[in-house]
Design a binder for this molecule. Sequence first.
Ligand code: ADP
Ligand code: ASP
Ligand code: MG
Length: 415
Amino acid sequence: MARVVMKFGGTSVGSIERIRHVAGLVRAEREAGNEVAVLVSAMAGDTDRLVALVKEAGEHNPHLPMREYDAVVSSGEQVSSGLLALTLNASGMAARSWTGWQIPIHTTEVHGKARITDIPASALIHALTDGEVAVITGFQGVGPDGAITTLGRGGTDTSAVAIAAAIKADRCDIYTDVDGVYTTDPRIVQKAHKLDKISYEEMLEMASLGAKVLQTRSVEMAMIHRVPLRVLSSFYELGTENGGTLVCDEDEIVETQVVSGITYSRDEARVNLLQIEDKPGVASAIFGLLADANINVDMIVQNVSRSATQTNMTFTVPESELEKTLSVLTSNQDGIGYGSLSSDNNVVKVSVVGVGMRSHAGTAKTMFQALAEKGINIQVIATSEIKISVLIDEEYTELALRTLHTAYGLDAPLE
Ligand code: ADP
Ligand code: ASP
Ligand code: MG
């Protein structure tokens, strides 16, 4: 007997018909003698709809009261967990729904992107050992003051891994609408191919660089707690082959490529601050203000300007935080001391990821050459030990992905 966590994303529970299919997958695990905790996302499209309502009610104020944002957007998961528990009950299975606070899933107070701090799991474990299926709301937790918090978009992946770690599950299966992790987004590059295994480290980079198949924090948590993580499709018929992708330690992978995956993130905006005084403390003032506003700054370049006493700064922030960023910078223009400010959200960050880069020279050259041959201009570059990212015009996203996929020899062989 094993203890299993199964996570179902929005499209997997997008209708009553899909929920019935999910109930069948849960039943199969129970019939194999396993204890089952299920994490569900809101039904497809629901969270987007709720976010839009919140924005409308808040009159598009960039400094929205995030406590109320969480109160509203967390509700989609309550619907899907209740519906799945009902469906399981209707087919004669013992099951009940649990919200974040009922578990309880304790988090920090940072509404909209809270982090899980601890999960006292004894009540949940008791229900599982009693033979009940626990259907838990993903994405939500409870903050120190008792208010509902949410874990950031795509957060149900993290809820699933955190529950798996808390109940010491034997595996955590992430069911989604693709049959595993691919070399790049299969919806954009048809020649992308499925990876049977990927290391935690590469998956972590790919997730943080935009491969939304897993939320970044979920991979980080799986890596720390050594949770065996599998990504697989919920859209297959019971009893058919559904191997998916195993996220595991690097040494479990026999053959590694220099580049394992290519990602893109459209949720990027470029900010340029011109004529900043070139003196110690300026970067600290800018990024200190942004950090205090909980804005994540990503790529940063400081350029030399024509003047000896002034400099220019370019950096990127999530597109969703651009308005807030501009409002923070404009209201502190005198304090920071800059001449002008501009921004562009028609940009995309494209990254190549692979542990093989550590021991292989020339990876950057291949990337720059391939993009140059297609006339794609690179605006900002950032590198780490196992990734190279470039910021380019959004219009070239698909061309860049396809070009790099071929350049690194990742195209699937023709059938
Ligand atoms: P869920 O609702 O199940 O959480 P998501 O939409 O969050 O599903 O994630 C699955 C989607 O991730 C896929 O439909 C696919 O388009 C996208 N995706 C992006 N990059 C990759 C990749 N490298 N491998 C697989 N899927 C990817
Ligand atoms: N429903 C949430 C979202 O759409 C959480 C998730 O799907 O994981 O972001
Ligand atoms: Mg997701």
